[in-house]
Design a protein around this ligand. Structure first.
Ligand code: APR
Length: 230
């Protein structure tokens, strides 16, 4: 078993105090996607969209990685083969735990200029009057991939999925594509597939193995088993 691709979702950060999207009382029960997470919403009401991401940025900066983030960083540092860690999360907790991660849905820590594509570190509070440090226009936005936009790093991720021996999905509901389709891509390439989740997800049927329970417990145990060759 030498090449592993790991996909994480909001469930891995739940025990760090960051709410998920679709669990009971989750973010999408409190806000409508079409009000805060689409390019059209931002064009219509940038103040509201900035308020939404400013609040999430503050929460994410205050949050600490939990045992699951730490265990994945340990796996990455000690696995004799290759690992690619891909996250749908924008919270930055994998990096805080010391892992190297591809952010397919962007990051709260980043700002992006919609006019010239320049990227820089987001201040804690962004507003529609901010100007781009490179081109000086005020077309600045959070570096977040909104619904209807193309996730980042897809070419790299698909190539890794097509060459992996093991695909692991942790804490994701399998409701949002293209990430929800990664398990099928990996299966078609002949990879073994493992799902770690608090409960069965919409994609559970597509995985060979299920490990049910809170990520802070299941992920460290799974990582120890992997590193000890079990
Ligand atoms: N441990 C493991 N899994 C958990 C835990 C936990 N402590 N708590 C919740 N989960 C699981 C839930 O059972 C659910 O399957 O995490 C999953 C969270 O699902 P979603 O809220 O849908 O989050 P995610 O899959 O990351 O959403 C994908 O949707 O709105 C977009 O862009 C947003 O990146 C996000 C994407």
């Amino acid at each position: 078993m030498d090449t592993i691709v790991i996909l994480t979702g909001a469930g891995i950060s739940a025990e760090s105090g960051l709410g998920t999207f679709r669990d009971e009382g989750g973010l999408w029960a409190q806000h409508r996607i079409e009000d805060v997470a689409t390019p059209e919403a931002f064009a219509r009401n940038p103040t509201l969209v900035h308020q939404f991401y400013n609040a999430r940025r503050r929460q994410a900066r205050a949050a600490e990685p939990n045992a699951a983030h730490v265990a994945l960083a340990r796996l990455q540092a000690n696995w004799p083969g290759q690992t690619l860690l891909v996250t749908q999360n924008v919270d930055g907790l994998h990096e805080k735990a010391g892992a190297e991660v591809l952010h397919m849905h962007g990051a709260l820590a980043g700002a992006l200029c919609a006019a010239c594509d320049h990227r820089w570190d987001a201040p804690e509070t962004m507003s529609e009057t901010d100007t781009c440090p490179a081109c000086d226009t005020s077309h600045t936005r959070p570096d977040i991939v909104w619904f209807g936009e193309m996730p980042y790093h897809m070419e790299h991720i698909l190539e890794a999925l097509h060459g992996c021996d093991l695909f692991v999905a942790i804490g994701t509901s399998g409701q949002v594509y293209p990430a929800a389709g990664f398990v099928e891509e990996a299966r078609m390439a002949g990879a073994a597939t493992v799902e770690l989740n608090l409960r069965d997800s919409d994609m559970s049927h597509a995985f060979d193995t299920h490990i049910v329970g809170p990520a802070s417990q299941t992920v460290p145990r799974w990582v120890e088993d992997m590193l000890s060759g079990k």
